[in-house]
Design a protein around this ligand. Structure first.
Ligand code: UT7
Length: 334
């Protein structure tokens, strides 16, 4: 039997229209455009303001665009996997809401919680369903409404995050393209350093947890930075080396967009030039699971069949990983 590869056959995306600039943030906390640009590299981020709209709203927009661009009949989609840390509700899943509202009525659905590495976890999961030969068409939708869990009185975290979602179609091919290799890692040492402390089963919501502002992202930035900067670069270098690639073979590095200094360190480690790295952190900030598919969405028209992409991410948990993708189609200008 011929080997079945899992290949990305389309990309959709959505970011809200409302822009929150560094100057807007400097009116809320003691910070400046200069600090945020030099320490993180973010100029502005998008924010989903309307009450009652959660991550599913952005996921639905991204999936609708994906279905339109690929011409796929929603009823032929067999699974919708949603990677998010900011589900609309604890339950039911955000994937079920997205599938219902995009006409994917024959799909089974579930959420994946892999924090900022969530897209990589979900893409690898979808790819294995496809490689099994049993499934032919799966949507991975990934993104977060990070502003829903951002404390706009905390200058350590509030400049970092934005809202957005991307979606990809994953299908089988017997050609030598697609998701070629994956390394995923977890180290629970990260727990106390990047966490939303309350609202789960350990510390259910109470007046006290609200008063202690424990329903927002808490991050020990310096500790997380130290791990992110080495672990993300190490795992990307490991994927590159074990697939016999050199820096010239890499068409694009597609890094998680948490901090420009972490992206630069990963690029340096791989020995690639700046023009081989997808960077849009200045416009969208850290959309958690959304950053990598939103890069693919933005660069899709420039991608060519056979391009070698190295995806890499690091997030809460800690969870991190890298995926080597051989791109499966020529992009077209919209
Ligand atoms: O996506 C999931 C994974 N997350 C990451 O990868 C994020 C990793 N961490 C980071 O990107 C960086 O640690 C941050 C961007 C969060 C912070 O940058 P940093 O260079 O590590 O700053 P720091 O936390 O060490 O703080 C340096 C100084 C402190 O002042 P002192 O103690 O030196 O007087 C902070 O109080 O900068 C201060 N500071 C700020 N000043 C102005 C912290 N936030 C701000 C701010 N504006 N917004």
């Amino acid at each position: 039997m011929e080997k079945i590869n899992a290949v990305i056959t389309g990309v959709g995306g959505y970011v809200p229209e409302d822009v929150l600039t560094n100057d807007d943030i400097a009116k809320m906390v003691d910070t400046s455009d200069e600090w945020i640009m030099t320490r993180v590299g973010i100029k502005e981020r998008r924010i989903l303001r309307e009450e009652g709209k959660g991550t599913s709203f952005m996921g639905i927009c991204a999936v609708n665009e994906l279905l339109k661009k690929t011409g796929v009949d929603a009823e032929t989609v067999e699974a919708v996997i949603c990677a998010t840390t900011t589900p609309d509700y604890h339950f039911p899943t955000t994937a079920s809401i997205i599938a219902y509202n995009t006409g994917c009525k024959n799909a089974f659905t579930f959420d994946v919680q892999g924090a900022c590495a969530g897209f990589l976890y979900a893409l690898e999961t979808a790819s294995n369903y496809i490689r099994s030969g049993r499934y032919k068409r799966i949507i991975v939708v990934a993104g977060d409404k990070m502003t829903a869990i951002t404390d706009y009185t905390d200058r350590n975290t509030c400049p970092l995050f934005g809202d957005g979602c991307g979606a990809v179609m994953v299908e089988p091919t017997t050609e030598n393209y697609g998701v070629m290799d994956t390394i995923l890692r977890t180290n629970g040492i990260g727990l106390e350093h990047l966490i939303m402390k309350a609202g789960g089963s350990a510390y259910p919501p109470s007046h006290e947890t609200v008063d202690r502002r424990e329903h927002f992202v808490y991050q020990d930035g310096r500790y997380v930075f130290k791990h992110a900067v080495s672990d993300m670069a190490d795992v990307a270098a490991e994927v590159v080396a074990r697939n016999g690639l050199t820096n010239d073979d890499i068409t694009w590095v597609v890094p998680h967009q948490a901090n420009l200094r972490i992206i630069d360190a990963t690029a340096k480690r791989l020995g690639v030039r700046d023009d081989q790295v997808m960077i849009n952190i200045q416009k969208y900030g850290n959309t958690s699971a959304g950053t990598i598919p939103l890069c693919l969405w933005e660069w899709e028209s420039k991608l060519k069949k056979g391009d070698n992409l190295i995806l890499a991410a690091f997030g809460a948990g800690f969870t991190w990983g890298s995926i080597y993708v051989k791109w499966g189609y020529d992009g077209k200008e919209a």
